[in-house]
Design a protein around this ligand. Structure first.
Ligand SMILES: [Zn+2]
Length: 342
C-alpha cells in the first residue's frame, strides 16, 4: 500500500518546536483515533499506543518536536532577540521566514542580522551567532509586538511549505516528522504483534535533551528501545563519500553506533534479517556526532537500536528526502511491529 504523503505534508507543516508540540500531537492523536487505536498521554506530552501484552516489550519511538527558537527579548523598536531550542546553524538563518506561535495566532517574520561586513571577529573570520540574529515582524515598537500576542517565551520555528517533487519530498522538520509519519503509516497496515508487546511512542523535547524519551524509559522499562529518525544525509557536493553519514535512495539506515548508543548487535542483526527476508534495501549508519531517544532507553537497560530515514539539510529551514526510503522504512517498521525481536 502506498504511503499517504498528504499526512506527511500535514505533519511537516505543523509548528512544533521543542516543548511546544501541541499541534503535532493533535494531528497524531486524531490519526490514531481514526485508525482505531486508543492512545495515552503523560504529563510531559508523550503520546503512545500499546499493542499486545507481556514481555518482551519493544518500545519504538519517534519525536514530535523540531528545532526552533524562543523569544528572549523584545527591543524598544520592535525586533525580537531569540535563544535556540535545539541545534541550529545561525549562519544560515538570515533571510529565513519564521512562524511565531503568538497567543493570538501565528505571526510571520524574517530573520535578520547585522550586515556580514560588520561581523568581523577575532581572527578576521565572519561568523553569525544566535546572539547576532533578530526577527523582524514589521513592527516598529515593543508595544506593537506585544499587541500581536508575542511576549518573552513565545516559541517560533521555520515557515516552510511542503513540496511533493515526484520521487522526492521536501519540507521542514523532517527530523523527526518522517519518523512520526513512518510509525503512523506502519500502524495503519500492521497486524498485532505475534509475541510480547510493542509500544509505539511519539515523544517530546528530543532536540533539547531527549527528555520525553527519558520519562518513557522509566515508565515502561523496555527490553528493546528503538528510535525512528529522520537522519543526516550528507551525500552532497563537497563531502567525500567516506564522510557520508547516510545517502538518499539506499533505503532506511540501520544504526550501529552514535554518540549515545552502541546498538545491540542482536537487535541490529534482527533488523537486518527482517530487511533481507522482505527484500528491503538498508544502509548501515555510524554517527559519532549525534544521538537519539535510544540513548535514553539504553540507560534503563534496554537493548538499543535505531532505524532512520535519510534526509538532507536537517535542522535547517528545508530538508529533502526520497519517497522510496520512506516507503521502505514504513515496511520494515511494520514487519518489526508484527514480529518484534525475541
Ligand atoms: Zn531527531
Amino acid at each position: 500500500m502506498q504511503p499517504d504523503f498528504s499526512l506527511l505534508r500535514e505533519l511537516s507543516e505543523a509548528l512544533g518546536p521543542s516543548g511546544f508540540e501541541d499541534a503535532v500531537r493533535s494531528i497524531i492523536k486524531k490519526k490514531l483515533e481514526k485508525l482505531g487505536f486508543k492512545s495515552a498521554e503523560d504529563g510531559l506530552g508523550n503520546l503512545y499506543v500499546r499493542l499486545g501484552e507481556g514481555r518482551p516489550l519493544t518500545l519504538i519511538a519517534a519525536h514530535m518536536d523540531e528545532v526552533g527558537f524562543i523569544v528572549k527579548y523584545i527591543t524598544s523598536n520592535g525586533f525580537l532577540r531569540v535563544a535556540s531550542l535545539g541545534g541550529v546553524n545561525p549562519g544560515i538563518m538570515p533571510g529565513t521566514s519564521v512562524a511565531i506561535l503568538g497567543e493570538k495566532g501565528v505571526v510571520k517574520g524574517v530573520f535578520g542580522t547585522i550586515p556580514p561586513h560588520l561581523l568581523k571577529r577575532g581572527n578576521g573570520q565572519r561568523e553569525v551567532r544566535v546572539e547576532d540574529l533578530y526577527v523582524d515582524i514589521g513592527a516598529s515598537s515593543r508595544e506593537e509586538v506585544e499587541a500581536s500576542g508575542i511576549k518573552l517565551g513565545t516559541p517560533l520555528t521555520f515557515d516552510t511549505d511542503f513540496w511533493d517533487l515526484g520521487e522526492a519530498v521536501s519540507g521542514k522538520a523532517f527530523d523527526d516528522r518522517l519518523g512520526c509519519f513512518a510509525l503512523l503509516e506502519a500502524l495503519r497496515t500492521a497486524e498485532p504483534p505475534s509475541r510480547g508487546s510493542v509500544i509505539i511512542a511519539f515523544t517530546v523535547q528530543e532536540e533539547v535533551g531527549t527528555r520525553g524519551a527519558s520519562v518513557l524509559a522509566h515508565r515502561f522499562n523496555p527490553d528493546y528501545g528503538i528510535s525512528v529518525e529522520g537522519t543526516i544525509a550528507s551525500d552532497v557536493p563537497g563531502v567525500s563519500e567516506e564522510n557520508w553519514v547516510t545517502a538518499l535512495g539506499r533505503g532506511p539506515a540501520v544504526r550501529v553506533f552514535d554518540a549515545t548508543i552502541v546498538a545491540s548487535r542482536q537487535l541490529v542483526d534482527y533488523v537486518l534479517s527482517v530487511a533481507e527476508s522482505a527484500g528491503i534495501p538498508v544502509q548501515i549508519q555510524l554517527s559519532p556526532h549525534s544521538g537519539t531517544d535510544a540513548g535514553r532507553f539504553v540507560l534503563l537497560g534496554a537493548r538499543p537500536g535505531n532505524i532512520s530515514i535519510p534526509a538532507r539539510y536537517i535542522h535547517s529551514p528545508r530538508a529533502l528526502s526520497i519517497k522510496s526510503d520512506i516507503e521502505y522504512a514504513v515496511k520494515i517498521i511494520r514487519k518489526i511491529i508484527e514480529k518484534p525481536p525475541p
